[in-house]
Design a protein around this ligand. Structure first.
Ligand SMILES: NC(=O)c1ccc[n+]([C@@H]2O[C@H](COP(=O)([O-])OP(=O)(O)OC[C@H]3O[C@@H](n4cnc5c(N)ncnc54)[C@H](O)[C@@H]3O)[C@@H](O)[C@H]2O)c1
Length: 423
């Protein structure tokens, strides 16, 4: 089949490459000249597994939006629906809650629909972008002409493993507006994977998508609360506790996201929770669960900031890791940055470094005072990068490790968050 992608960003490009690998022809368009230039040069600016394998050999045709419409039977729309940076989760949660910014999506959909009308044939348009419930019907559908046959198909994808998650989903979620379009999409998906195809209303699909992300944040908030309890309770170790909980896979679902560490992060989860808190207020729900999750995350970060300060007398404060998860260069919604911002709010000078974001170790070492023997340090591990296991910690450092994966650093003290068993 001929499949189009309006938007070739962090979601659109990897997914288009996966679709091509299943034998389809792919057509794309993006308003960002830089993005198109990068793709043409076979170079992307974010770390995404498997893209290196697919990108060099792609025959992706990038031309005009008119060309995309003319050639494609199905057009996916993964255009960004951002939140203002203050709603991304790297700062404290603002008092005022707001919805996502749909201006990019609306403008892209409007242009797409006009091109489809010009072309004069029915086209299946599948929106992937994350939106709050009610948005598609009230804000997107009024922009469509009669030849646009709409579906809403949000993905459950983690940045960094986009292609794998697209090819092996737990289920395919389809918000249906036009039965014929949904059937066409279902036939297309049969060529991609054999996961269950879950058809429902557009509004249900919108709610399922954001609830899925919130469920993950809920697990992380919950398990990090246990981690803090273990840190304060003698003879407890959070991993021993969670390893038992993980065996309860009939009633507690699965072991994923059930290991204590930093708060939830990334470009989707914190902002989805904040937007849902806005929805919760708008609907006047009896309890704002989403605010609770974000406040647990924020309060935990403040607790960690205070722990760092307690251990930093006459020491330089360093945070190792800025990204929201290991081995990525993405810092969106990173809890390590939230921690750094809270420390700065408390008037502390913080030095931070991430091997996947910044210049390499040899270049930064002197600037960060790590070679100066007159200065003592406290290191907090903000991201569980493997690089920090064999890191060259200066002598007499204090290392605070919320992931409990650093052992035996000579001449330094390690504080393992959530482990009170002196293992
Ligand atoms: N990245 C993920 O893993 C992921 C996972 C699930 C859901 N989502 C959702 O998917 C959507 C896209 O996310 P992303 O991470 O790919 O964002 P992104 O910013 O990386 O990519 C969006 C792309 O759309 C392009 N674009 C914007 N307006 C356009 C227009 N009018 N015409 C053509 N192109 C246009 C932008 O230039 C950009 O390249 C968001 O709503 C996000 O919440 C993303």
């Amino acid at each position: 089949m001929n499949i189009g992608f309006l938007g070739l960003g962090k979601l659109g490009l990897p997914v288009s490459l996966a679709v091509e690998d299943k034998g389809h022809n792919i057509f794309g368009y993006d308003i960002s000249k830089q993005t198109i230039e990068d793709i043409k040069n076979r170079k992307i600016r974010y770390r995404e597994e498997w893209v290196d394998k697919y990108l060099p050999k792609t025959k992706l045709q990038i031309n005009s939006i008119g060309n995309l419409v003319k050639n494609s039977e199905i057009i996916f729309v993964p255009i960004q629906t951002p939140h203002d940076p203050q709603y991304e989760g790297i700062t404290r949660i603002p008092k005022k809650r707001i919805d996502f910014d749909y201006s990019y999506l609306k403008s892209g959909i409007k242009e797409l629909s006009q091109e489809i009308e010009k072309n004069g044939e029915d086209k299946v348009v599948i929106i992937i972008s994350t939106v709050l419930p009610g948005t598609i019907r009230t804000q997107i559908k009024p922009l469509l002409g009669k030849h646009t046959k709409l579906c809403y198909n949000p993905f459950f994808i983690a940045m960094g493993s986009t292609i794998r998650d697209f090819l092996y989903p737990e289920f395919i979620l389809f918000g249906v507006d036009d039965e014929h379009a949904a059937t066409k999409a279902q036939n297309f998906y049969k060529t991609i994977c054999d996961s269950p195809f879950y058809k429902t209303t557009i509004e249900n699909a919108e709610l399922i998508k954001v609830s899925y992300n919130t469920m993950i944040s809920t697990k992380i908030s919950f398990v990090n609360t246990i981690m803090e309890a273990c840190h304060k309770l003698p003879n407890t170790n959070v991993d021993d506790v969670t390893n038992a909980l993980k065996m309860a896979n009939r009633r507690l679902i699965s072991d994923a996201y059930l290991t204590g560490g930093m708060g939830d992060g990334g470009g989707c989860h914190p902002r989805d929770n904040i937007a849902l808190s806005h929805l919760s207020q708008k609907l006047d729900l009896s309890h704002d669960w989403f605010e609770d999750i974000m406040m647990q995350r924020e309060n935990q970060s403040e607790w960690l900031a205070n722990l760092i300060i307690e251990n930093s007398e006459n020491r330089q404060i360093n945070i190792l890791g800025k990204t929201f998860k290991p081995e990525t260069n993405l810092i969106l919604g990173s809890p390590a940055l939230l921690l750094e911002n809270i420390l700065k709010e408390k008037q502390k000078k913080v030095y931070s470094w991430d091997p996947y974001v910044d210049e390499n170790y040899d270049n930064v070492c002197d600037n960060l005072n790590w070679t100066n023997n007159d200065i003592k340090h406290v290191f907090f591990i903000g991201t569980k990068h493997p690089d920090f296991i064999k890191f060259n910690y200066p002598k007499n450092s204090i290392i605070i490790d919320p992931f409990r994966y650093i052992y035996n650093v000579k001449d330094s003290k390690i504080i393992r968050i959530g482990d009170n068993t002196n293992k």
